[in-house]
Design a protein around this ligand. Structure first.
Ligand SMILES: [Zn+2]
Ligand SMILES: [Zn+2]
Length: 577
């Protein structure tokens, strides 16, 4: 299916025309066509063959001809002509937050900047200073944006990585030659961002597995092809490495290829102290030049041979190293929270604000997941861009929830809100309205550029309100787009503990906020948490798994998280100090 390639082409075409300064109308035609094909439920090649491209809204004669040319030859002549005027590499610049097509053109025209590398160089040399309409603050934002994009290109978020890996694993698992299969590397450790995907397989017939792997529909190109190890690039540009190992070495290989690097170093040091050796083939006793295999078949056996308890993959990081490898005694590993511990979700949106589904639909989907409760926490009135709910509509919403609850069995919809903390730190609804809610999560959606003191004060102020139960996505980061605002997390944690306010672990893959290091820190301060999805669609409820992974990486047990409690336990715990 070439739908994605065609969408990419049209978007690039539009952007290059925009950089060139072509008329808005023409530029927009390309973007519209790209959007329509993105939403197309059919194979574009099939549609083209049947000469039905022009039935797709937004595709006229000109774009129709270009798509056909592309599908037939893999190229479009007019596009190649255009790149002679406007270098294709300028597209890299437009991806940078705060650099649009206009600035890209200016950098190209005035400074000869043709790529991100050129831009980095021009910035380092101060060449952007004094360009028309470019203030110091704008230059600082470009520097920040450039850094973010560079990192974002190297790493995808956990949600994207998981979706890609699971498709491939599902396909490979169907082969009778595959006896066991697992992710390894940073994906198995559930890191928030992932560079490439590692998959490990046990099979007596590696060749068969490799042949099948290289021909998967997801494969765009093959980087390396060996007997037991291959590496491919998917159409989305994700690198996937596959290794096939012997059944007898499964545990040792899994341990070794899961990492992290630092964790493996620690394990090796422990082995050396005990006159042992650990490698991808097993744990060995070493005496002189003789090596005797102690364990290799399962990870648990390998850990045991080293005198260690089983360490879950999520803990194999630098976070919590002092607890994991104490100077004296054995590691004390808590019983980490699991997805099955979660009994409800306290931050989801409905059609009352910017959600896609009705309250009843969201509730049905949550109940189907086995939850006991769901708080419909729509945006508050001031966040107009996201359809903030007016006080009048709150009355209607509350009634709707009451009527629904009267019908539901073994499940309760909670009347919630995602309360706006405004740029001055004031809360959107007054105390009388706030006292009506079952659950209030207060969030910052504006004033990201403010000073550390000011942002911290805004959030602490929200903690001090007795109706605010939790702080939503506490650092405000957007992976690959925006760093979090400058926050004094220690002060926020103190205020949270003082007032009995929860900090949210937002599971949405582009947020993953708090991140695992911050969770570990907040836990050490005595903070309690809520793990929520921030769903805007019934399908989003699924992302709870990522929040739970983060919580595990932050060493949390079910006892640290309020939405592992039963409904009655939860309502009791929400009373503030
Ligand atoms: Zn929010
Ligand atoms: Zn939200």
């Amino acid at each position: 299916m070439k739908n994605k390639e065609v969408v990419d082409l049209l978007n690039r075409f539009g952007t290059l025309l925009e950089i060139k300064g072509d008329i808005f109308f023409k530029v927009r035609a390309y973007y519209k066509a790209a959007e329509a094909i993105e939403a197309l439920g059919e194979d574009i090649e099939h549609v083209a063959k049947e000469n039905r491209l022009r039935e797709i809204p937004g595709i006229g004669a000109e774009i129709d001809a270009k798509i056909k040319e592309f599908l037939a030859t893999g190229k479009v002549r007019a596009y190649q002509e255009l790149t002679k005027e406007v270098p294709e590499s300028l597209l890299e610049l437009v991806e940078i937050p705060s650099v649009g097509p206009k600035k890209a053109k200016m950098f190209f025209d005035k400074l000869g900047v043709r790529s991100r590398e050129d831009l980095a160089d021009a910035l380092a040399k101060g060449k952007l200073d004094g360009l028309p309409g470019l203030k110091e603050k704008a230059i600082q934002n470009i520097i920040k944006g450039l850094k973010l994009v560079q990192e974002g290109h190297e790493r995808m978020n956990l949600g994207v990585a998981t979706a890609t890996a699971e498709l491939i694993i599902e396909d490979l698992s169907k082969l009778p030659e595959v006896k066991d299969i697992s992710t390894a590397g940073s994906l198995r450790r559930q890191r928030e961002t992932i560079r490439d995907i590692d998959i490990l397989i046990v099979s007596p017939k590696p060749q068969k597995v490799m042949e099948h792997f290289l021909k998967l529909p997801a494969v765009k190109s093959v980087n390396a092809h060996g007997e037991t190890k291959s590496s491919i690039l998917t159409h989305e540009g994700v690198q996937v490495d596959l290794r096939v190992v012997e059944p007898s070495q499964w545990g040792a290989a899994l341990l070794y290829f899961t990492g992290s690097k630092n964790f493996n170093v620690k394990i090796r040091q422990i082995a050396i102290r005990k006159k042992m050796k650990v490698s991808e083939y097993g744990v060995f006793k070493v005496s002189g030049s003789r090596e005797t295999l102690l364990a290799s078949k399962t990870e648990t056996a390998c850990f045991k041979a080293l005198g260690l308890p089983y360490i879950p993959p999520e803990l194999r990081e630098d976070i919590g190293e002092a607890e994991l490898f104490p100077a004296k005694g054995a590691p004390n590993i808590p019983k980490l929270i699991e997805l099955s511990d979660i009994k409800g979700d306290l931050h989801v949106h409905s059609q009352y604000s910017d959600g896609h589904n009705t309250i009843a639909e969201m509730a049905a989907a949550a109940q189907k997941r086995g939850y006991e409760y769901l708080a419909i926490s729509d945006h508050s009135a001031k966040l107009k861009v996201a359809g903030g709910v007016s006080p009048q509509d709150l009355i209607k919403k509350k009634k709707e929830i009451e009527t629904l609850n009267a019908k539901l069995k073994g499940f309760r919809v909670l009347f919630g809100t995602e309360l706006e903390i405004d740029t001055e730190g004031n809360l959107d609804y007054n105390d009388k309205i706030l006292s009506e809610f079952d659950f209030v999560v207060a969030s910052v959606h504006s004033g990201f550029e403010q000073s550390r003191e000011k942002i911290t004060r805004r959030i602490i102020n929200a903690c001090r309100n007795k109706h605010v139960h939790a702080i939503g996505h506490p650092t405000g980061r957007h992976i690959g787009k925006r760093e979090g605002y400058d926050l004094d997390l220690k002060e926020v944690c103190k205020a949270a503990v003082d007032t009995g306010t929860l900090l949210e672990i937002n599971s949405f893959p582009i947020r993953l906020d708090l991140d695992s290091a911050n969770i570990y820190f907040a836990r050490s301060m005595g903070v309690k948490f809520t793990i929520n999805t921030d769903s805007h669609h019934v399908d989003h409820l699924e992302v709870m798994r990522f929040g739970v992974s983060l919580a595990r990486r932050g060493w949390l047990t079910a006892g640290d998280v309020v939405n592992t409690l039963s409904l009655r336990g939860l309502l009791g715990s929400l009373k503030k100090h």
